[in-house]
Each structure stands twice: as structure tokens, then as C-alpha cells.
Write a protein that binds this ligand. Structure first.
Ligand code: TNX
Length: 539
């Protein structure tokens, strides 16, 4: 009798509808619920040690127990346990899983380790937010049966730390929330004109000089609050810590070393890498935004530098892909340089686009020798694409369609929908009210992000397989502080996750919006700053 009363009390504190973002492929509500008590245990197969421990920590943080107890003995079955197991034979894509919750028990079966991890992320979303008063009454997971798998293999979020450096602890927190939404790639933009942010042991001046913005007049110490030079960098040890933290959460960190343009910081540190033979050559670690004049010279000395840097980068980033940027490289400096003009003549290159192509093809060979794949912004198509390059498409669908038809893989990162450095609320009056922060420009409300479909029109089924997935961008010129990064990213990250994961025929903005409030309650409870989504205009 007492048991029945307890169960009834538990059921009463459940959310009406399971609110999971991204929406699972198939989900059926069951009868009753599975109670979570302080000693609810997590039982797992040995291979799942890491996932099980992280999940036990997550549960423990909610129940107030430091970590939920773990059991590895597959023979003892207890009622109040959450079981994690692997079944590679599940007829699902990589990352697929099944989640069965009933009053008798809860079981996550993953196609692979990532699948088990995603099952545990769904479970967390089915529980009350961390610290919620519901936990005092006793929480429970509503009975449900889920079969789920991702639509795309690349579910990425980009983060620019070159314009402003952000703390390792904040990057880790960001990774936790990418994982919460089953994203699997962090594209880490760690070098640009305004700062080189990764220690390279062979070239110490990259961070000693290139890590700090120019502070001479007229711009001086712009952005510096204490009058000191503005910038900083991550040590290789710190980078390894972030990469391992992400890997444990099934997230690959893809570094971007932006070249041959957006290289002012490196060229300032080592001026001989630039086009030093042009008149009035004076590179600076830039203090302003935009496209800057400085471009790497396509010399053997530069390719040796690129090789050395990528050797150290590959040693700390185990990702399959290395992003080499390629965007917005001004071609005029090359055309003005006698040294480059001579090379162009020798190699039969007619203009700067040919030089860009020559450059990227050389870098692709360097990466291939290290067993890595090159990915770059769609400007890498200029003058002809390197043979095995993957294209990150930001400037419109034409380049993406052409690349896929030529047999190249593509990640969709379109400015039209996926640039989160654009305003999410109307600039006026929200900016004046202090609700919205100053942004790069443009208008990108969450419903517009949600409306995006990553497969461009004009591809047949075979060609569409080259669309590896989708990614949103957080360029950070205006994101000096971490709370601005969070505000800008959340909750639009939830919309990104759903377009990257959920079957296209299941997408529905009103339904998504109804699930967003409970999800934002999780952000709020964990102290993650977020915007209030703008309602779409009435049709
Ligand atoms: C263009 S998008 C850039 C970035 C800027 C961004 C601002 C791209 C590949 N390059 O350097 O931060 O615009 O929206």
C-alpha cells in the first residue's frame, strides 16, 4: 500500500510530455514511471566504464549523492538500476540507441559507445533540472520506449577564441552543453588576425608576439580593461585537457589554423612568412575586425612552417579532420610581390585564385602525409579544389552543390541560417534595452535557424550522401565575455541540434518550441545564460 502511494506521488511530479531536444526518431510513452532514489545504481559492461562513470556523476549531481553507485556485475539484477549495454547488431546508424524506461527498470542499449552516451543524454533531459525542488519529493523518469539515431554524422558547433580568449573551464562547460544536445563536433577557431591562441613549441613567438593584439595608436589597448596588452593563449597541456574532456563526451575537437589569409598574428611574429618584399610591409596583430591585407607567402619556407605547426597540432588534436581555413585571403598582396609573381610565372599560375589553389593543394599533401583530412571554408574551391578536400560551405549553396557533384564531402555552415553572431532579437529596441548584446549584424531568430534543411536542392540521393552534416558558427568579435557567448549560443544551439539529428519529416517548429521551455529550465538551473526565443511572425 505504502509503495503504491509512493508511486502515485512520484507520477504526479512528472512533466506531462517527454521533452527531448533533439527530438528522437521514434518515441512511445508507456505506463507509470521509474523512480530515481539516492542509491539508484548504474550497471554497465566493462567497455562502457567511462560513459557509465560520467553518467553516474550526472545522476549523483542531481540526487545529491556525489556519484550514483556503479555496478559492473552483469549477474545481479536489482530493480532500482539503470543498465547500460552495447549491441553492435542494432539495425541503427552509428550513434543509434534504444532507451526503455518502465517501473521495473531502465535500460540503454547503444549500437556503439556514442549511442550509449546519447541514451544517457536523453535520460538526463527526462529528469527534473539539477537542483530542482522536485528532487526533494523524489524524482522519476516517465515510462517511455525510444529508438533513436542521428540524421547526420557531423553535428558541429564552431567557436572563435581568437578574437577574445576564453577560459578552459568555460570551454569545458560549453562542451557539456553541446553533449547535452548530442552534438559531436567542436570546430575550434584558434588562430586569426587578432590572436594566435595555441602554443607551438618550435615557434614560441607565435604566442609570445602573435598572442597579443597590437597596442600602438590609434587603437591602443582596445578591449584591455587593465591597460595591459590584450590577448593570451592555451598551452598544449590545456589543449590536451580540453580534447580529452570532449572525447569522453563523444565530441571531436577539430582545430582551425586559418591560412593563407587571417594570418596577421603569425606573420607579425615571423614577418618572413608573409610577403615581405612588397613596399611598406608592416604586419600587425590586428586590433580591428574585417579582412586584412596580410597573406602567407607561398614559399618553401612557409610550407616548412606549416608542416612543423601541423605536426604539433596533429600531436595534440587526434581529429580525423584538420581545418585550414582558406577564407577571405586577399589576393592583391601576392600579385604585388615580385617573389610570388616569379613563382606564378614558373608554375603557370595566372592570378591570385591560382595561388590560393596551389597553396591549399600543398597543405593537403602535408596533412595527408600525417594521415589527416583537410577541411576548409568554401573559398578553397577558388582556382580548383584539392583532390580530397572536404568543403565547409558558408557562402551559399552553389559551391556546396558543385562540390558534392564533383564527389567532395561537404559540411553545411550557411551564413543564411547558421551564423549565430547575428542578432536573435530585433536589434531595435532590444539592444537599447540592454536585453540583446551588440552583434556582428544580420538577424537570425531561432525559428529561422530551425527552418534550415542541410541538404541543398539539386542533389540526387547519391550526391546528397556527400553532405556530411551541419554546423553553426559563433564568430566572436563582439563576444568579449563568456556570458555573451552563452547568451548568443543558447537556445539557438537546441535548434541546430534538431536540424542535425532529427528526421526531417518529424521537424515541427511549434512542437520544438513547446519542448524548449523545459530544456531552458535545464540551462537556467545550471547557470547557463540564454536568450528568450522570439515568437515567429503570425502567418
Ligand atoms: C567572416 S565566415 C569570417 C570571419 C568573421 C565573420 C563574421 C568566415 C569563414 N570568415 O572571419 O568573423 O565573417 O561574421
Amino acid at each position: 500500500m505504502r509503495k503504491a502511494l509512493l508511486a502515485a506521488a512520484l507520477v504526479s511530479c512528472l512533466a506531462a510530455e517527454p521533452a527531448i531536444i533533439p527530438l528522437p526518431k521514434e518515441m512511445k510513452a508507456g505506463e507509470g514511471s521509474f523512480p530515481i532514489v539516492p542509491n539508484t545504481s548504474v550497471r554497465y559492461e566493462g567497455a562502457l566504464d567511462q560513459v557509465a562513470k560520467l553518467f553516474a556523476d550526472d545522476l549523483g549531481a542531481r540526487t545529491g549523492n556525489r556519484a550514483a553507485p556503479l555496478r559492473e556485475d552483469p549477474l545481479i539484477e536489482l530493480a532500482s538500476e539503470i543498465r547500460l549495454k552495447l549491441d553492435p547488431a542494432l539495425p541503427l546508424r552509428p550513434g543509434g540507441y534504444k532507451l526503455e524506461v518502465s517501473p521495473e527498470g531502465t535500460m540503454v542499449t547503444g549500437k556503439d559507445m556514442a549511442g550509449v552516451w546519447y541514451g544517457t543524454r536523453s535520460l538526463l533531459q527526462l529528469l527534473p533540472p539539477i537542483g530542482s525542488a522536485d528532487w526533494k519529493k523524489g524524482a522519476a523518469i516517465p515510462a517511455v520506449s525510444i529508438t533513436d539515431e542521428p540524421r547526420f554524422g557531423w553535428r558541429g558547433m564552431h567557436l572563435d577564441v581568437s578574437r577574445h580568449l576564453h577560459a578552459v573551464e568555460d570551454i569545458k562547460k560549453f562542451i557539456d552543453w553541446l553533449a547535452f544536445h548530442k552534438l559531436n563536433t567542436l570546430h575550434w577557431h584558434i588562430t586569426d588576425d587578432q590572436g594566435w591562441r595555441v602554443e607551438i613549441k618550435k615557434y614560441p613567438k607565435l604566442t609570445e608576439i602573435g598572442g597579443y593584439r597590437d597596442s600602438t595608436p590609434p587603437y591602443g589597448n582596445r578591449d584591455s580593461d587593465d591597460g595591459k596588452r590584450y590577448g593570451g593563449f592555451y598551452t598544449q597541456e590545456q589543449i590536451k585537457e580540453v580534447v580529452a574532456y570532449a572525447a569522453a563526451r563523444q565530441i571531436a575537437v577539430v582545430p582551425e589554423i586559418d591560412m593563407p589569409g587571417h594570418m596577421a598574428a603569425a606573420i607579425t611574429a615571423y614577418p618572413e612568412l608573409g610577403n615581405s618584399d612588397i613596399p611598406n610591409y608592416s604586419p600587425k596583430v590586428r586590433n580591428r575586425w574585417g579582412i586584412h591585407f596580410d597573406t602567407l607567402a607561398p614559399t618553401e619556407e612557409t610550407f616548412k612552417f606549416v608542416d612543423d605547426v601541423l605536426t604539433e597540432i596533429c600531436a595534440i588534436f587526434p581529429s580525423t579532420y584538420i581545418h585550414i581555413g582558406g577564407d577571405e585571403a586577399p589576393k592583391d598582396q601576392w600579385e604585388q610581390s615580385p617573389r610570388v609573381r616569379e613563382l606564378m610565372k614558373k608554375e603557370g599560375m595566372k592570378d591570385g585564385h591560382d595561388v590560393q589553389s596551389y597553396f591549399v593543394k600543398r597543405v593537403e599533401k602535408i596533412l595527408a602525409a600525417k594521415g589527416r583530412k583537410l577541411i576548409g571554408w568554401d573559398e578553397i574551391r577558388e582556382g580548383g579544389l584539392a583532390p580530397n578536400a572536404t568543403v565547409m560551405s558558408w557562402r551559399g549553396e552553389a559551391g556546396a552543390v558543385a562540390s558534392a557533384k564533383e564527389g567532395h564531402d561537404v559540411v553545411m555552415a550557411s551564413t543564411s541560417h547558421l551564423y549565430l553572431d547575428h542578432y536573435q532579437l530585433p536589434k531595435n529596441p532590444e539592444l537599447a534595452k540592454g536585453v540583446e548584446f551588440e552583434a556582428w549584424g544580420g538577424f537570425q531568430p531561432i525559428y529561422n535557424v530551425y527552418s534550415y534543411d542541410p541538404v541543398p536542392k539539386g542533389l540526387n540521393a547519391e550526391e546528397a550522401k556527400h553532405i556530411l552534416g551541419v554546423q553553426a558558427q559563433l564568430w566572436a568579435e563582439y563576444l568579449k565575455t563568456w556570458d555573451k557567448v552563452e547568451y548568443t549560443a543558447f537556445p539557438r544551439i537546441a535548434a541546430l541540434a534538431e536540424i542535425a539529428w532529427t528526421p526531417v519529416e518529424k521537424k515541427n517548429y511549434e512542437d520544438f518550441r513547446s519542448r524548449l521551455d523545459p530544456i531552458m529550465a535545464h540551462y537556467k538551473a545550471a547557470g547557463v545564460r540564454h536568450a528568450q526565443p522570439l515568437a515567429p511572425p503570425k502567418r
